[in-house]
Design a binder for this molecule. Structure first.
Ligand code: ACO
Length: 351
């Protein structure tokens, strides 16, 4: 079999219309626009309206990515959804999304790796493609963290925003795709970013409700220290494993959690600011959605081109971290619909 690669052939995003500015938060809690900007780089965030769900915003982002790749729902072989804020604990939101997309009988699973989930998902998709198992995979990062935030806790509520991003990965014979990756976890830091109740350790009870234990608790200082310690190193390792140097990275698209953390990772590998993409000021931390949303925005701003080498790096609850160096195919646009061979193979596989 000829060498296979996994190209990113489409991307899309959905960001809720409703915007909450730092000035809005000043009316809710003891905080200030100045503090939030200085410590995080965030000016505003988008928050879903009542009734909007993670599956709905995922489908909106997925449709955009599929349109860019020229795909119909039945062309998909697999759907991977990275999220920590699904519609339900059970059933998996990935199955809701499969159904809403009309991707009949297509396999779908949810992957939980905190804010690093999208990079974990991308790397997982690539493995299915390189093995020859599948040709066309939809990877989504989507979050509605606003539903799990305590809006009276100034330590957390100023940080997060909602949104969804999606990419399509497709088999290609052009050398491109994920050139290298680093995946890591350290569960000894679990308590630093945790929603204590609602799982098997502390099932929902009147007491957990009374004590408000179904919202996110965070030790910001510890998460900050962990992120600055790990991110730069993970990025450096991924670049080295790809056989590249910092000079070869056309654009660094990091998880948008804190502008100071992004700067620290970039400084560690010597990346100048003009090769870093930052949109945290307008979205806050959208967790697993932040990298695919940033990728879409970078492309819209004309900062991503066919053949470019991108570096993704993320960290999150777990604690987890992930980095990947990704080369975009040169022949990405305009992208043809999958040929009859690919469609026939996909149809036969599904029986
Ligand atoms: N407004 C005003 N003051 C505040 C606010 C706020 N919103 N939040 C905290 N403060 C106060 C604190 O109470 C503290 O006051 P004190 O000194 O009297 O105790 C003071 O500001 C300084 O607090 P620090 O925690 O030292 O501030 P720091 O510079 O570390 O910034 C921050 C805090 C922004 C939370 C930072 O630690 C951070 O970004 N950490 C990483 C968080 C993160 O990225 N989490 C997401 C992980 S990803 C995922 O999977 C969801």
């Amino acid at each position: 079999m000829a060498q296979r690669y996994a190209d990113i052939t489409g991307w899309g995003k959905y960001v809720p219309e409703r915007v909450i500015t730092n000035a809005d938060l000043e009316k809710l809690i003891d905080t200030s626009d100045e503090w939030i900007i200085q410590r995080t780089g965030i000016r505003e965030r988008h928050i879903v309206s009542e009734g909007q769900t993670t599956s709905q915003i995922s489908v909106a982002a997925a449709r955009e990515a599929m349109e860019m790749a020229g795909l119909r729902p039945r062309d998909l072989d697999l759907i991977i959804v990275a999220t920590s804020s699904p519609d339900y604990l059970t059933p998996p939101v990935s199955a809701q999304i499969q159904d809403m997309l009309g991707a009949k009988d297509v396999g779908a699973f949810t992957l939980v790796a905190g804010c690093a989930g999208f990079v974990y998902g991308l790397v997982t998709a690539q493995q299915f493609i390189l093995s020859g198992a599948y040709d066309t995979i939809l990877v989504i990062g989507a979050e509605i963290i606003s539903r799990f935030v305590d809006w009276t806790d100034r330590n957390t509520c100023v940080l997060f925003g909602d949104g969804a991003g999606a990419v399509i990965m497709q088999a290609s014979d052009e050398p491109c795709g994920v050139l290298s990756f680093v995946l890591g976890a350290d569960g000894s830091g679990a308590q630093h970013l945790i929603m204590p109740a609602g799982g098997t350790v502390m099932p929902t009870s009147q007491e957990t409700l009374d004590r408000n234990l179904h919202t996110l608790r965070m030790n910001g200082r510890e998460v900050f220290k962990f992120a600055t310690r790990k991110l730069g190193k993970a990025l450096e390792q991924a670049i080295r494993q790809a056989g590249l140097t910092t000079e070869d990275i056309d654009l660094f698209i990091p998880h948008q959690a804190n502008a100071r953390i992004i700067e620290s990772a970039a400084r560690h590998v010597g990346l100048p600011s003009e090769r870093i993409f930052v949109n945290i000021d307008r979205y806050g931390n959208t967790s697993a959605a932040s990298i695919p949303i940033a990728l879409c925005e970078a492309a819209e701003a004309g900062r991503v081109h066919p053949g470019d080498t991108l570096a993704f790096v993320a960290f999150g609850a777990g604690l987890t971290w992930a980095a990947a160096v990704v080369k975009l195919g040169k022949h990405r646009k305009p992208h043809p619909k999958p040929g009859w061979r690919a469609r026939l193979a996909s149809w036969l596989r599904r029986g």
